[in-house]
Design a protein around this ligand. Sequence first.
Ligand code: PLP
Length: 376
Amino acid sequence: MLMSDRPPMRSGGIISKYGDYLPEIDPAAAVTLGEGQTPLVEARAVSEAVAAGVCVYLKCEGLNPTGSFKDRGMAFAVSRAREAGYRVAMCASTGNTAASAAAYCARAGMRCVVVIPEAAIAAGKLAQAVAHGAVVVAVRGNFDQALAIVRDMVERHRIALLNSLNPDRIEGQKTAAFEVCDQLGGRAPDHLAIPVGNAGNITAYWKGFREYKEQGKVSSMPIMLGFQAAGAAPIVVGHPIERPETVATAIRIGNPASWAKAVAARDESGGLVESVTDEEILDACRLLAAREGVLVEPASAASVAGVLKLARRGYFRERSGASRRQDAVIVCVLTGHGLKDPDAMMRLGSGPLVAEADTASVEATLVAAGTPLDGR
Ligand SMILES: *Cc1c(COP(=O)(O)O)cnc(C)c1O
């Protein structure tokens, strides 16, 4: 088939949608898997649990091509690296950056090297990096050590850095803030709740909201609410954590690279960065899965856990005064898909009941387990 015989088609993705708001790039170098345009869904059960007069929406970033928001930044960073003639790219990762880098580099025809903390990344993410043909190095240390090594390596060799220290990652990721405003019909949310690990994403969202305001696309900006896991909450406690620990492996980071920018987003927006316990994270994860039908990995649920925690102490009540004409809009960013971490998902519910392969056995097993069979 001749090129000109191809049906006219736009492959989508953040560069074709929001290119006007991004640094210029040669379209021929652009790499896309159709990232972005993820659903913003209303969360009835979460809204009810928060307070009367608030409406909570979930930005389902796990529905990006490799299952996390990292694809937005990776699409732009890999495109720019390809444009600049790099053949090898490298990143440190708690898992999702590795999965995304591996996929986009595969598509761009670049070699990809990922450095991960040994035994601290979810099974699905490692499987992705391996399947996409990345060279995976597991170091006997944590993410912060892996990142230090990668920063060293890109100084010594002509290797593109794909961590969020690379400003192209932030550029790509800020498109999520644009999308949230567009999906809300041309307004910013009142609050944006987001998990914070290395703090690139909170930095990117805040940049996006600021730019949309400057461009006159929205008339206000949200209050930024960042949430770290209690065992990995350096910004909350005010100093780096040497041995970060949490079930939310994607945010198991003790010394965030974009620390100062996260603090700026917090302060400029009048927001906060707080911590949530692993238990609160898993409870929020279960609520999302069992009541909203939305499956997310533990780190993602930190945004919802944080909003529920603030609600318990009346934070949103105080802010929705009698003069308000409409419900306060809270958007919780759900950063990654639950299938990334099947082990964590299995612990949210009870495992399969086992029965003989006949109706009577299945029926008896269900009755024994207290399952209502004639319920309406
Ligand atoms: C990367 C990641 C985060 C943290 O984002 P930062 O930009 O590092 O703060 C949160 N959740 C998931 C699922 C991630 O993959």
